[in-house]
Design a protein around this ligand. Structure first.
Ligand code: GLN
Length: 245
């Protein structure tokens, strides 16, 4: 079976089979789905993020280990604030919101335009014993309450990158991946538009593509933020821009 998957070009075939067996899901149908490029996570419908169990569902972006540095940065910052509240723009599965709430006791508003994502965020919150205010809505037309931090892992892939997606990533929602021609559309909107909703000294914490550090830092500086920092993920790539209002 592992050989069949390897021959079909499925990466980490052995690991995939081990996960399927462990979940009692090692059926012929699921092996075929892997061969057809379905991400393992969509077959399992659960995946760990930040050491926490998360439900995963087709139609919503799969939580990635790259994002753990965003969570670490948010936790460290929120621990310096009293009774903090944060906003998660484009919450997807809710992985960021849930992990940050779990480790800080902060309150949270989590927004996504995709109703599947909002439902999944609620499910993952309940699974982990936290209760964010998860709302369906368009971040381009949303008025949040004043918050201590705004977190976002927005779509940031460029037009060029969208033409080179692996078969697996092609099974994920385009709406969670594509950030416009140069991948920066969401940053150019979020940084200036949401600044007024950050409490004094509050932080904007954004996940970025590995090549977007300088460009996003400039967007944030031009929007009037200070202490702009570019932070690397555990793979050594630029992954987060942190700045203060
Ligand atoms: N990190 C994701 C990828 O490379 C992109 C997610 C995003 O655009 N926020 O597939």
């Amino acid at each position: 079976m592992v050989n069949r998957l390897r021959a079909a070009g499925v990466e980490d075939a052995e690991l995939a089979v081990r996960f399927l067996v462990q979940d009692g899901k090692c059926t012929e149908e699921n092996i075929q789905r892997l061969i057809d490029g379905e991400p393992l996570q969509y077959i399992l419908e659960n995946w760990e993020f930040y050491g926490l169990p998360m439900r995963v569902r087709k139609g919503v972006l799969i939580p990635r280990p790259d994002t753990e540095i965003l969570v670490d940065t948010a936790i460290a910052f929120l621990k310096t604030r009293t009774d903090p509240i944060f906003l998660d723009l484009g919450c997807g599965s809710g992985a960021i919101t849930v992990a940050v709430m779990k480790h800080t006791g902060a309150s949270a508003v989590a927004l996504d335009q995709n109703p599947l994502a909002v439902a999944l965020t609620k499910e993952n919150a309940a699974l982990n014993g936290v209760a964010p205010q998860a709302m369906e809505g368009d971040l381009f037309a949303f008025t949040p309450p004043p918050v201590d931090a705004i977190l976002s892992n927005p779509p940031y892939l460029t037009e060029q990158e969208m033409t080179q997606l692996s078969v697996q990533v092609q099974k994920e929602p385009v709406s969670a991946l594509f950030g416009g021609k140069d991948g920066l559309d969401y940053y150019r909107f979020i940084a200036p538009t949401y600044a007024p909703f950050l409490k004094t000294g509050g932080a904007l914490i954004l996940e970025i593509g590995y090549a977007q550090g300088a460009a996003v830092a400039t967007v944030c500086e031009e929007a009037g933020y200070h202490h702009v920092q570019i932070i690397k993920d555990y793979g050594g790539n630029d992954r987060v821009v942190f700045c203060r209002r």
